[in-house]
Ligand binder design. Structure first.
Ligand code: HEM
Length: 141
């Protein structure tokens, strides 16, 4: 992740914040279209989950400039996802749904460079979460 990509993610996220509730609605709508099998993993009422999604994204975006702060939290988040029954293959539809929600909310501000920066951030976050998930699962086995 380059400093330029970090700046693009942070400035574009500032534009998402006022429309965060819409972004969260779009995200879950798209996710359950792409991966209906994950729907039962989430509570019937998604309102609390939507708030958590936005808070986590805000926190992660904010912490991109201080990766040491983010590291331990991501490990813990990955370990909790092992308990939620998350599988490695679920990260693909989640990433697609996230990018699609951002694209719809940001519209013209979702330039190719912004898209690329978010893809990089998501893939780095996912890799760290997956590593932690796998370590937890293999310890339990
Ligand atoms: C970079 C990717 C992801 C991030 C940042 C993320 C973030 C979060 C956060 C912050 C929570 C709130 C609870 C907690 O902190 O433990 C959560 C819960 C959850 N996430 Fe994720 N998540 C990601 C990927 C995924 C994937 C790929 C799945 C698979 C379908 C998933 C399924 C869930 C489920 C089932 C819950 C719990 C819902 C509940 O308690 O009702 N997440 N996630």
């Amino acid at each position: 992740m380059t400093p330029k990509q970090i700046a693009l993610v942070q400035t574009s996220f500032a534009e998402v914040v006022p429309k965060a509730a819409t972004a969260a609605d779009l995200f879950y709508e798209r996710l359950f279209e792409l991966a209906p099998d994950v729907r039962p993993m989430f509570a019937a009422d998604l309102s609390a989950q939507k708030r958590k999604l936005i808070d986590t994204l805000a926190y992660a975006v904010d912490s991109l400039t201080q990766p040491e702060k983010l590291g331990a939290e991501i490990v813990a988040l990955g370990e909790r996802h092992a308990d939620y029954g998350t599988k490695v293959e679920h990260f693909t539809p989640v990433g697609t749904a996230l990018l699609s929600a951002l694209e719809q909310v940001l519209d013209e501000a979702f330039t190719p460079a912004v898209a690329d920066a978010w893809e990089t951030v998501y893939s780095e976050l996912s890799r760290a979460m997956i590593d932690a998930m796998m370590r937890k699962v293999s310890k339990a086995a």
